[in-house]
Design a protein around this ligand. Structure first.
Ligand SMILES: N[C@@H](CCC(=O)N[C@@H](CS)C(=O)NCC(=O)O)C(=O)O
Length: 210
């Protein structure tokens, strides 16, 4: 029995899409971050870290996108969402680790500057500097996707829905994603056009740009 605790449009969107894509039985469980449900006792009993995604497999908890995506991709290798060759696997791991430890964290500097400083003026500095850093990372993603169908080349992998999470968040920051990041936009539209992704967007009540 697999349960995925998610919040609409949060980084849990990546494993949500992957689970749908794998075609295995799972139960999506809504934890609304905007309503602060991650801090309520019911969810803290599941994940004391108070974050989504939380994947529960046969009663055992797995947190962290890098671990969850690796488990789902590698654990269901025959479904084709994880490279088969060791070098390619390491490359996929390298990408999702960078997304989690650099790109995601930089968003936190913009949306949650209080994690880095209690000083009101310094918060504005953290936000401004984080945006500069984020744009640098977005430019790297844009370059990486040039001439590619998917992040790993021809194969659609768990990396692609994870990239889609941050593409959508670009709109939240009112970035002109289409003009500034045309390669990434093509990639995001390609991923979003998959029937599995459409179904998950519907369940989460989200769109590619909002
Ligand atoms: N490193 C974790 C980050 C998880 C995380 O920060 N999730 C966010 C949603 S994108 C969350 O649950 N935030 C709730 C909060 O900060 O209170 C991962 O990659 O899984």
């Amino acid at each position: 029995m697999i349960k995925l605790y998610y919040s609409p449009g949060a980084c849990s969107l990546a494993p949500h899409i992957v689970l749908e894509e794998l075609g295995i039985a799972f139960e999506p469980v809504l934890v609304s971050l905007k309503d602060g449900e991650q801090l309520k006792a019911d969810f803290l009993r599941v994940n004391p870290k108070a974050r989504v995604p939380a994947l529960v497999v046969d009663g055992k908890l797995l947190t962290e996108n890098v671990a969850i995506l690796t488990y789902l991709g590698g654990g269901y290798l025959s479904r084709g969402l994880w490279p088969k060759e060791t070098w390619k696997q390491a490359e996929a791991l390298s990408l999702i680790s960078w997304l989690a430890s650099s790109v995601h964290i930089t968003f936190a500097g913009i949306a949650r500057p209080e994690r880095y400083t209690a000083d009101a003026a310094a918060k504005e500095t953290v936000k401004a500097q984080s945006l500069i850093t984020l744009l640098k990372y977005f430019a790297e993603i844009e370059k990486m996707l040039a001439g590619k169908t998917f992040a790993m080349g021809g194969q659609y992998t768990v990396c692609d829905p994870y990239l889609l999470v941050f593409y959508r968040w670009g709109y939240r920051l009112s970035l002109d994603m289409k003009t500034q990041f045309p390669n990434w936009t093509k990639h995001a539209l390609r991923v979003a056009s998959r029937p599995t992704v459409k179904r998950v967007f519907e369940v989460e009540g989200i769109k590619i740009d909002g």
